[in-house]
Write a protein that binds this ligand. Structure first.
Ligand SMILES: [Zn+2]
Length: 256
């Protein structure tokens, strides 16, 4: 599996940070199928989805300020729903309806949330013109035909909003699996910066071995593996999704 898919040069508008992430994945022998899709190349698709919602009157402009929203008790109360604002400096919110949005997470099990009660009408385009994460990922997942999403537990909370967006846009809903977030001894999420230093092959091997154990997998001793590619091959063959702890976070020792 190592290096099976090459990168075809940076896409227009890619940042150094994005390239660094891809480079780090390669150092872990983690590869990808197809070409990498960059959000910076997808603004037209996000705008089209937004326009569709606008025409169906499923979203509206909002000029409320942070202090105003705080005064509402931090959950947006729909203040601008009927105001018909015509201002460029406005965010766009999606109308929510009070109903439970349920999913069966393949790792964490059943999860449900009432997005109208829990977060209210939420922002799909920010005041500064940027499309919100929720809208961008939903549009891109549909475009790429993504069937399975595995990511950190910290994103479980946003999943009902994404499923709601998929429903109103008539998209398919992928399967979701949320793994525990690995934290340090202080309970802080291990940041990308923590791995920012160049990682030698040996370090990739021991880090992967460590992570597999934290995820409940039982790899043979580190010394049994010649390199990280061999360990990943073991992990793919022996992967046991049921063994992943049903937890929000797990604490790592020092992974170095
Ligand atoms: Zn408002």
């Amino acid at each position: 599996m190592a290096g099976a898919h090459g990168r075809s040069g940076p896409a227009p508008g890619t940042s150094r940070a994005a390239n660094e992430i891809l480079h780090q994945l390669e150092q872990f022998n983690l590869t990808w199928d197809g070409t990498v899709l960059y959000q910076s190349t997808r603004l037209g698709a996000y705008a089209a989805a937004l326009e569709q919602l606008r025409q169906r009157q499923l979203c509206y402009a909002c000029t409320c300020t942070r202090p105003q929203i705080r005064a509402m008790g931090s959950i947006y109360n729909g203040h601008c729903r009927e105001r018909a604002i015509n201002s460029r400096r406005s965010s766009i919110r999606l109308k929510t309806v009070p109903q439970p949005m349920a999913l069966t997470d393949v790792i964490q099990g059943d999860y449900s949330a009432d997005i109208a009660a829990d977060c209210g009408d939420f922002i799909i385009r920010r005041k500064d013109g940027f499309f919100a994460y929720q809208l961008a990922v939903v549009v891109d997942d549909e475009f790429q035909g993504v069937t399975d999403i595995v990511r950190g537990y910290d994103l479980l909370e946003s999943t009902p909003r994404q499923i709601y967006l998929q429903q109103v846009l008539h998209y398919r809903t992928p399967r979701y699996g949320h793994i525990p977030v690995i934290t340090d001894e202080k309970g802080e999420k291990l940041s990308k910066q923590r791995f920012a230093a160049p990682i030698a092959g040996k370090q990739a091997l021991s880090l992967t071995h460590n992570v597999l154990q934290l995820l409940g997998q039982l790899p043979p001793a580190l010394s049994d593996f010649a390199n990280n590619a061999a360990l990943l091959e073991w992990a793919v063959t022996h992967w046991d999704i049921q063994a992943i702890p049903k937890l929000a976070t797990i604490t790592a020792g020092n992974p170095r």
